[in-house]
Design a protein. Structure first.
Length: 382
C-alpha cells in the first residue's frame, strides 16, 4: 500500500471514529434528557398529590404536603380550575405580573408536557400544567451546541489541511519555477556566445537584431521564473510605457489576422510595478484573448487614468465567457482549451493581487461576442 493510500485510509478511520463518538454522545444526551424528564414528571405527580391533600377538608397534618409543594423551586407550573388560573410557581416576575403573558406562557407549557388532573373532591378537578426546568432546557440544546462545536472544529481542521496543502504546492511550484530558470540559463549563455560569433562573422544586421530581441526575451522569462516564490521588488514605473512594450513585442509575433489597437493617455502614469512580472501579466491576458479568438479577430488594450487608480482593459472579439464562469476562470487548472494546464489566468491573478496589491476581474463578457478583462492598480500616494 502506498503512503497516499495509507493516509487516505487513516483519514476515513478518523472520520468514522469521530462520527461514532458524536453519535454516542448524542444518544447518551437524549437518554439523560428522558431520565430527567421522567424524574420531573414524578416530582409533579407528588406535587399534585400534595396539592390534593391540602385541598381535602379532612386533612389534619399539612407539614408534609406543604414541604413537597415549597421544595419545588425549579419546575415552572400553573394550576387551573374551570379554565381559570388559581396558582403558579417558578415563573419570571415580568410574566406572572402580566395576565396576557401568563396566559401565553400557559399555552406554551401545555405543549411541553401532559397535564396532571387533581380531583380533590367529587366533581371538583384542578389541572396542573408544568414546563421543563432550566436544566432540562439546557440539556435539550446541548446536542445542537455539540454539533456546532464539531462543525467549527472540522472547519478549522479543513482550513489547516487546505492551507498546508496549498503551502506545499506553492513550495513545489516555486521550486519548479526556479529550477526552470536555472535550466534555461545554461543554453541562454551559450546562445549569447554564439550571437557574439555571428557579429564577428558580419552576419546580416537584421537577423542579429531579431535574435537579440529573442535572447532578451528569454532573459526576461528566466527572470520571471526566478521571482516565483520570492517577494518581488516594486519600482515606480510608467505603466503606459511598460504595457506598450509588452504589447508591441507580442503584436510583432502574432498573425496579421489579429487587428491590434492600443489606447492610452499621452503622459506617464507612475505605478509601483515589477516590470518583468507586469509584462508577464500583459502577455498572459493578450495570449488568452488571442486563443479565445482562435488567432483571428480584434484585440484592444485601453489604459484609463483615474484620480487614485489606473485601469487596463484587454478587450477581444472571441467566443466569450458564460457569466457563471467569471470567477472560475481564475482557478488553477480551469481551461476550456484541449491543450494547456489552465495556469495562465491563475498566475496572472496572483501576480496582480498578491504581488502588486491590485485587482483583476472579468469586466464584461458575452458568449459569441467577446470578453473584456480589467486589471486595476492603485497609484502611489506621495
Amino acid at each position: 500500500m502506498q503512503f497516499s493510500d495509507k493516509r487516505t485510509t487513516t483519514r476515513w478511520v478518523i472520520i468514522i471514529a469521530s462520527f461514532i463518538i458524536v453519535s454516542l454522545i448524542m444518544w447518551n444526551t437524549y437518554a439523560f434528557f428522558q431520565i430527567f424528564k421522567n424524574e420531573e414528571r414524578i416530582k409533579m405527580e407528588h406535587w399534585a398529590k400534595a396539592q390534593k391533600s391540602l385541598n381535602s377538608l379532612d386533612n389534619i397534618d399539612i407539614d408534609l404536603p406543604s414541604a413537597i409543594i415549597t421544595n419545588n423551586t425549579t419546575i415552572p407550573l400553573i394550576l387551573t380550575e374551570n379554565g381559570k388560573i388559581i396558582n403558579h410557581n417558578n415563573i419570571d416576575k415580568d410574566i406572572e405580573n402580566d395576565s396576557l403573558k401568563l396566559k401565553a406562557f400557559l399555552n406554551q407549557i401545555k405543549k411541553e408536557n401532559t397535564p396532571i388532573s387533581i380531583e380533590y373532591a367529587p366533581g371538583k378537578v384542578q389541572q396542573l400544567y408544568y414546563g421543563n426546568s432550566s436544566l432540562l432546557n439546557k440539556l435539550k440544546y446541548y446536542p445542537i451546541a455539540l454539533l456546532f462545536i464539531i462543525f467549527l472544529f472540522g472547519a478549522v481542521v479543513y482550513n489547516f489541511y487546505r492551507s498546508t496543502k496549498m503551502a506545499t504546492q506553492n513550495k513545489l511550484w516555486a521550486g519548479m519555477a526556479k529550477e526552470t530558470a536555472h535550466q534555461i540559463g545554461t543554453p541562454l549563455s551559450s546562445l549569447i556566445g554564439w550571437l557574439e560569433i555571428m557579429k564577428a562573422d558580419n552576419v546580416d544586421e537584421t537577423t542579429i537584431t531579431e535574435i537579440e530581441k529573442d535572447i532578451t526575451r528569454l532573459q526576461t522569462i528566466t527572470d520571471r521564473f526566478s521571482k516565483i516564490g520570492s517577494e518581488p521588488i516594486l519600482e515606480e514605473k510608467d505603466i503606459v510605457e511598460e504595457t506598450k512594450q509588452s504589447f508591441d513585442y507580442l503584436k510583432s509575433r502574432f498573425s496579421h489576422q489579429v487587428e491590434f489597437s492600443f489606447s492610452a493617455p499621452k503622459y506617464p502614469i507612475v505605478v509601483l510595478l515589477n516590470p518583468a512580472l507586469h509584462s508577464w501579466t500583459v502577455e498572459n491576458l493578450m495570449k488568452n484573448a488571442i486563443d479565445a479568438m482562435k488567432g483571428k479577430g480584434k484585440l484592444k488594450i485601453t489604459i484609463e487614468d483615474e484620480p487614485f487608480l489606473v485601469r487596463i482593459n484587454v478587450k477581444d472579439s472571441g467566443k466569450g465567457i458564460p457569466k457563471n464562469q467569471f470567477k472560475r476562470v481564475f482557478e488553477p487548472g480551469f481551461t476550456t482549451k484541449k491543450r494547456g494546464w489552465g495556469l495562465g489566468l491563475s498566475l496572472t491573478k496572483r501576480i496582480v493581487e498578491e504581488y502588486h496589491k491590485g485587482k483583476i476581474k472579468v469586466l464584461k463578457s458575452e458568449v459569441g461576442k467577446g470578453t473584456t478583462m480589467q486589471v486595476t492598480f492603485k497609484k502611489p500616494i506621495n
